[in-house]
Ligand binder design. Structure first.
Ligand code: ZN
Length: 474
């Protein structure tokens, strides 16, 4: 009899191993020192193993924790303030983002991360300017963090269409130094639960020299580059004006496309360009909800996959997307591709569930540690309550309907348990390492100040949502 940390007994285990969902029935997963060490039939588990924590999850589905590979939780406090407009950043977000002070950002990251954990996310890919508050709260909450500090040298002012961005090299250098400092401070913290990546905001936001310097620093440290890649027509126009080539073509020329790159969105890429990036070995992150809402675009993730690349899902940001919920992204990834291809057979439920787990982990280069439930891997998993109305009824014959229901019906609150590194971080609506009420009070206390500071600019910009307010539509 071996003493271990945890025995997880369940009727429905989705390991996500192999090419499908790796289903195992009536299986116990054995966990010790943060890792999965064995799988045995449930009725034999306690013949071989003894544990203080024995979880009996027979009315549940157990699966790997979900990966939300790209977020900006630092602006989560502006949720719902930037949609339904053709320039979300300027007409939507700008007055509110300009109104935010450090305390607002501190509260904002807590809101986004708490929301993500409660919706089954166990790995979050935060990308922001000044990641210290996110690092701190990720560290405290127990979620796994793949965190990226933004590097950019863009001189901030209003640019007119057709005007080339101006760079401030000192500013760019300082942001890279900050990225390095954050790496030194946080990378591999808590036995590798926190990773720090390098984050050029986009190829259009800095000089060629700085981009190459970022690459060198990332390679030196054997960490990844997490970058918005050909994310819109504005980026394409800037790179065309500066170098006479489209971003993907130019990035290839300077040696930027390889397995150390994780490219986000590819919203302005043709299928051929997406295939080209995939063939380079780079990973892709697609944010269906966010790019659908703010740009009305379905990104070429299917072309990327068809060329052999791996794609992770991201929720991006709450002002545009409105949530940090991978269940939402799974459904939208399936739905948007079916609609755009006019083909209900593309992007089946099992495929998007793989994108939220094992294929997402592959896109990020983390599949040796997470993304599926296998011996030797980190014990990052969630349990979904199958008694919730949205998961009912359960069929097991002649087909199992659990995976379609997870993708097309679940909303996230069916998750009743989240475990990271073998430690429970969320159970029965309670975040174990976080005082949720205190965080909520902190978030609420910031709203009046943001509203007051944003009011004048909101009126001056007079964007779509300002007009909607005047017309009594909000
Ligand atoms: Zn982004």
């Amino acid at each position: 009899m071996k003493t271990v940390d945890m025995i997880v007994k369940t009727r429905h285990l989705f390991t996500m191993e192999g090419d499908g969902v790796g289903y195992l029935e009536n299986t116990a997963m054995i966990i010790d020192r943060g890792r999965i060490i064995d799988f045995v039939p449930t009725d034999a588990a306690e013949d071989s193993y003894r544990a203080e924590e024995v979880l009996a999850l027979f009315d549940h589905a157990v699966l790997p924790g979900l990966i939300d590979a790209h977020t900006h939780v630092d602006i989560c406090i502006a949720r719902g303030l930037a949609q339904d407009t053709d320039n979300w950043m300027f007409y939507g977000l700008q007055p509110f983002e300009n109104a935010m002070v450090q305390e607002d950002i501190d509260a904002s990251v807590k809101l986004g991360i708490m929301e993500a954990i409660k919706a089954g996310t166990t790995t979050i890919g935060e990308f922001s300017i000044g990641i210290e508050p996110a690092c701190k709260f990720i560290n405290q909450s127990g979620i796994r963090g793949n965190i990226t500090e933004t590097v950019r040298s863009l001189e901030e002012r209003i640019y007119h269409p057709g005007e080339l961005y101006e760079f401030n090299e000192d500013k760019g250098k300082r942001s890279l130094e900050n990225n390095i400092a954050m790496y030194d401070k946080w990378h591999d913290k808590d036995h590798g639960r926190i990773k720090i990546l390098f984050g050029p905001q986009g190829a259009d936001f800095m000089s060629r020299e700085l981009l190459l310097q970022v690459r060198e620093e990332a390679k030196k440290r054997n960490t990844k580059i997490h970058m918005h890649l050909q994310q819109g027509t504005r980026e394409t126009e800037q790179i065309m004006m500066r170098y006479g080539k489209r971003p993907v073509e130019w990035l290839k020329e300077i040696g930027y496309l390889d397995e150390s790159l994780i490219g986000v969105h590819l919203a302005d890429c043709t299928d051929e360009e997406a295939e080209f990036v995939a063939e380079s070995g780079a990973g892709m992150i697609v944010c269906p909800g966010s790019i659908g809402i703010i740009d009305g675009i379905v990104c070429p993730s299917m072309a990327f996959q068809n060329a052999g690349g791996y794609v992770a899902l991201g929720s991006d940001q709450a002002p545009g997307n409105n949530c940090h919920n991978v269940f939402n992204e799974m459904k939208l990834a399936a739905l948007f591709n079916k609609i755009s291809k006019k083909d209900p057979e593309v992007m089946p439920a099992w495929k998007v569930l793989r994108m939220a787990t094992i294929e997402g982990a592959k896109a990020l280069g983390m599949d040796q540690e997470i993304g599926s439930l296998a011996c030797g891997k980190k014990a990052d998993f969630i349990a979904v309550d199958l008694k919730k109305l949205t998961m009912q009824p359960i069929f097991t014959k002649p087909m199992r309907n659990i995976v379609p229901n997870l993708v097309y019906s679940a909303r996230g609150n069916e998750v009743i348990l989240s475990v990271v590194d073998g430690k429970i971080i969320y159970k029965d609506q309670i975040l174990l390492n976080v005082d949720e009420e205190a965080c909520l009070a902190e978030i609420e206390s910031r709203i009046d100040c943001i509203s007051e500071r944003a009011e004048k600019e909101f009126e001056e910009i007079a964007g779509t949502n300002y007009i909607f307010m005047q017309e009594g539509k909000l």
